[in-house]
Design a binder for this molecule. Structure first.
Ligand SMILES: O=P(O)(O)OC[C@H]1O[C@](O)(COP(=O)(O)O)[C@@H](O)[C@@H]1O
Ligand SMILES: [Mg+2]
Ligand SMILES: [Mg+2]
Length: 348
């Protein structure tokens, strides 16, 4: 197998150069390396599919054989649990974290006393799009990195409740036909592809740019009857096409894995929407602010796109709970502004 050519830049080299340029310190570099290594392990598990015995629902521990339910009230897949364990184990002992929080855990976890503690907090959705696992459609891991507040002996949930604009890094790994890591350190959004033979992520696109305009939208249309008025009006005008007020035909794509839908719009533009709906009015949306919306919003903004909750910038939404939900509108800048305008005008 040919070795990595000098033209190619591994993730390791990219991070060392980012450190030399003062974008990150050694601790943050280690953190990203560790997360990337954990994602490689998850990629192997996902890739084995039925041969690895990893498909299907996780069974509740010590129960009657029923499905294991997470804090979101959703049945956990075996791969949700396995991916969570891989990320926890990989990040426990490196000395780069003060604590971790995950979609699959009720509360955050401080790094145990037995290990050195670092200055960062890591939040993750260990496996996004898990309803797609059993049908062999792309899934992914989403992560967000925050600074741990100074002078805190042991971090708790409250220390994670920082607005998205405070993130120092964010990314996702998509397990598709190829495995890719999409990363921002606050200086652009960059894509790395896993070279499976070499076992290393290779930089394949520096500075991804989302086209400002689009003709493609992604939304779960089956919820239409539950949407609020401005959302109904916005999609009605998209569907009206050339003859409608927007004056152009739109195409629709919906994979139902946020990582895959966002990866498409980072690659060729588009708008991804998961709005608030009346199905369960107690929930502010389906997607979670801290480990889904915030990291995706940072990646999208760093690629020249925009991200709002229909009214305000996602990265400015004040968090009040670890598993807080939020409506999500993100992607091509002009289109997100247009969708947001429908809501703001309606409120006015
Ligand atoms: O099929 P639905 O209910 O519209 O939900 C799809 C959305 O739910 C999610 O699967 C939620 O993420 P998890 O799989 O991590 O819970 C998103 O990836 C996706 O956009
Ligand atoms: Mg998810
Ligand atoms: Mg998940």
């Amino acid at each position: 197998m040919p070795a990595l050519s000098s033209q190619q830049r591994s993730l390791t080299r990219f991070l060392i150069e980012a450190q030399r340029e003062g974008q990150i310190n050694a601790e943050l570099r280690l953190l990203i390396e560790v997360v990337a290594r954990a994602c490689k392990r998850i990629s192997v598990a996902v890739g084995k599919g039925a041969l690895g015995g990893v498909l299907g629902d996780a069974v509740a521990a010590g129960g009657d054989g029923g499905a294991s339910i997470n804090v979101q009230g959703e049945a956990q897949k075996k791969l949700d649990v396995l991916s969570n364990d891989i990320l926890l184990e990989a990040n426990a002992w490196g000395g780069h974290l003060a604590g971790l929080a995950s979609e699959e855990m009720d509360h955050s976890q401080p790094i145990p006393d037995a290990y050195p503690r670092g200055n960062y907090l890591l939040l993750f959705d260990p496996l996004d799009g898990s309803s797609n696992i059993d049908v062999n459609v792309s899934v992914g891991t989403i992560f967000s990195v925050l600074r741990s507040p100074e002078g805190v002996a042991e971090v708790g949930d409250e220390h994670f409740l920082q607005a998205g604009r405070e993130q120092v890094a964010a990314g996702y790994c998509i397990y598709g036909p190829s495995t890719m890591l999409i990363l921002t350190l606050g200086h652009g959004t960059h894509a790395f592809t896993l070279d499976r033979e070499q076992g290393s992520f290779v930089l394949t696109k520096r500075d991804m740019r989302i086209p400002e305009e689009t003709k493609e939208f992604a939304i779960n249309m089956s919820n239409q009857r539950h949407w609020e008025a401005p959302m109904q009006a916005y999609v009605r005008d998209l569907l009206a096409g050339k003859e409608g007020p927007r004056g152009k035909d739109f195409n629709m794509r919906w994979i139902a894995s946020m990582v895959a839908d966002v990866h498409r719009l980072l690659t060729r533009g588009g708008i991804f929407i998961y709005p608030w709906d009346r199905k369960d009015p107690s929930k502010a949306g389906k997607l979670r602010l801290m480990y889904e919306a915030n990291p995706m919003a940072m990646l999208v903004e760093q690629a020249g796109g925009a991200a709002t909750n229909g009214r305000t910038r996602i990265l400015d939404v004040p968090p009040t709970q670890l598993h807080q939900r939020v409506p999500v509108f993100l992607g091509s800048k002009r289109e997100v502004e247009e969708a947001t305008r429908y809501h703001v005008d309606h409120d006015a």
